[in-house]
Design a protein around this ligand. Structure first.
Ligand code: BG6
Ligand code: MG
Length: 218
């Protein structure tokens, strides 16, 4: 009984969601635009381009295409400076435990991230070789909540979408998983991720029994 387990990266495997937040907040504030926690939730899982479009929209600010590209570059440079010294220490609690369990159980393992920096980060935290397939922002044309990233991951694993399980910390990602007809598991707060099939605060709350049930579900 083989299932496909698809992991988002930022905010699920590593604690990089806080760095994306810091970089976007700085950019928004520099433009004189307020940036709240609530707005940040709406940017989680969303591509770099879409995120900047939303921020400009919230602030009612319009800029030239050239400036738009410069700002995207600047945000990424800031972000890269935050993750420069990142190590395995920033892997979130019990993620390696769950990955190892799934490996032992011979399950399909994929990464499904919106980030163009995903491969760099996986190498930094030494998890690059853990996945059978990596699908990230360099492999997709449509951003979450579009299901494309997860559909491609399932195809690469050669497992039907209905037999895939997605771990996500973002509203857009949960919507993408649901749209792909996959089981959606939210990592974070129940009230924020209310559209998910299940929600856990973090992987320490996910028992071996729960994983076994997911594997044996028909
Ligand atoms: C997602 C993050 O994983 O990747 C978003 O949740 C981020 O915050 C998006 O904007 C794109 O990432 P990057 O690294 O390509 O700018
Ligand atoms: Mg995420």
């Amino acid at each position: 009984n083989k299932k496909g387990f698809i992991f988002d990266l930022d905010g699920v495997i590593v604690d990089t969601a806080k760095y994306h937040f810091l970089a976007w907040k700085k950019l928004a504030n520099d433009l004189g635009i307020d940036f709240t926690e609530d707005q940040n939730e709406q940017l989680k899982g969303v591509s770099r381009v879409k995120s900047l479009e939303k921020i400009l929209n919230w602030g009612g600010v319009s800029i030239s295409e050239e400036e738009f590209l410069q700002l995207m570059d600047k945000k990424n440079t800031d972000y890269l400076s935050y993750i420069e010294t990142m190590t395995e220490d920033e892997i979130l609690v019990d993620v390696p435990k769950v990955l190892n369990l799934l490996k032992v159980e011979n399950q399909g393992l994929a990464l499904g991230s919106a980030s163009k920096n995903a491969r760099t980060i996986l190498k930094k935290v030494e998890l690059f070789d853990k996945f059978d397939s990596i699908v990230d922002g360099t492999n997709v044309t449509k951003a979450k909540p579009d299901p494309e990233v997860f559909i491609i991951a399932a195809e690469n694993l050669e497992i039907a979408p209905e037999k895939c399980i997605v771990f996500e910390d973002s509203i857009a990602g949960i919507q993408a998983a649901n749209a792909a007809n996959m089981i959606s598991i939210g990592i974070g707060q129940k009230d924020v991720l209310s559209e998910a099939d299940y929600v856990f605060k973090d992987f320490s709350e996910i028992s071996e029994e729960f994983i076994t049930q997911l594997i044996n579900k028909h």
